[in-house]
Design a protein around this ligand. Sequence first.
Ligand code: 4AD
Ligand code: MG
Length: 471
Amino acid sequence: MNYVKEILSSEDFISKKILVAGWVKTFRANRFISLNDGSTINNLQCVIDFEKYNDEFLKKISTGSAIEIKGKVVESQGSKQSVEVLVDEIIILGESDPDDYPIQPKKHSLEFLRSVSHLRTRTTTFSSVMRIRSTLSYAIHTFFQKNGFYYVNTPIITASDAEGAGEQFKVTTLNYKKLKVDNHSDDFFGKETKLTVSGQLEAESYAMSMGKVYTFGPTFRAENSNTSRHLSEFWMVEPEVAFLDLKGNMDLAEKFLKYTIDYILEKNKEDLEFLEKRLIEEDKHKPKDKRNEFSLIEKLNFIVKNNFEKITYDQAFQILKNCKPNKKKKFKYLITEWGNDLQSEHERYLVEKHFKCPVIIYNYPAKIKSFYMKLNSDNKTVRAMDILFPGIGEIVGGSQREENYDILLKRMQEFKIEKEELWWYLDLRKFGSAVHSGFGLGFERLVMFVTGMSNIRDVIPFPRTPQNAEF
Ligand code: 4AD
Ligand code: MG
């Protein structure tokens, strides 16, 4: 079997016989079949001699049907493609009723395509997005493996709440009535267990023995936020490095993001060009002030070539307190008091209006961040950092970790986390403790940024969100 991608990309196939299979995109004039097998964004034009077939047979060649073709590759007569296939033999593998098949050759809305997620990768938009997603995940592994990191698989079922936000899904084999009792000794694991919200705490244990590690796996959050940037099940990349401080952590994250984006610019050119055109079309229907300033590829190049702005929470607070964000000169949530968490409108203002580039905010107020973050000597701020991207908001969250046993214990008490629950995590501060840092990248947010898709549900194959677990 030959693949469309290899046939289209090598002149060696010209004048050769090939065997290829795929799904029909379009069938014109009973003569031209546009075939795609998913290997590339481009379709293979196959030309048949309709006089050889009866109407009954030709009817079965319709959008969505699976066919196998034997034929000869020739240089194309038309200007649209470089080569085409003159068909000797055609076998219908699976028909596709044109009255039923949802992916017709016309423009469908993304909302509609979400309702047919099992078929939406037959469209050029979704196959491009998912090809980029695949390359991005390879780029992530490549970056870390090239830089001496080890890949660790942290547990999906856990008894601890890493982020202390209480937004976890329970894992239990108890029936509902028993669940109301707070005693899990009869439960499968003999204790209360949940789906993980982060592999960080376990990754720290590995960093404190293997030096440089990273996780890349699914995480689960039961937060009821039905936004275009939140999923209930998403993939997170979490590097963790021993003997690295906050500054080193920020530099690592910046280098890492630039590497992965540059990788896509090089490897997925055709997919990006298609998605860029798609966005330009979309822009035409928007009011002028809502249109993108840069094209998709310009935007990605800009990120790769320019430094991220680094500011403290203090500095961000001063800018936001004194700015006039819009015509009404107001944010929905006013930022008046030092210590307030930044809302997405504040983050977007800093990135999109004030600095016009990615921004890293660090040294956040301790109160609004997690218990494990390293307390600064002011006793007020922690060595946390968030990376904010245009159009996305927070793409990375990370920190230097508290390595002092007593301070960590005190912070746990403040957050009402039982010592018994995280005894092993405290142990890491007892036996050879040292400065260490890490961060978490929301993988889908990176895919959104690179593909220009505006809803996170369109960059993961089968999205899980509140009230939705179809497929
Ligand atoms: O900022 P978060 O909550 O950080 C952590 O979980 C740390 N344990 C990471 C670490 O230091 N190792 O989450 C990290 C990133 C966010 O910046 C965001 O990109 C993404 O994960 N994220 C989500 N993505 C999709 N849907 C959600 N509900 C998300 N919540 C967080
Ligand atoms: Mg965060």
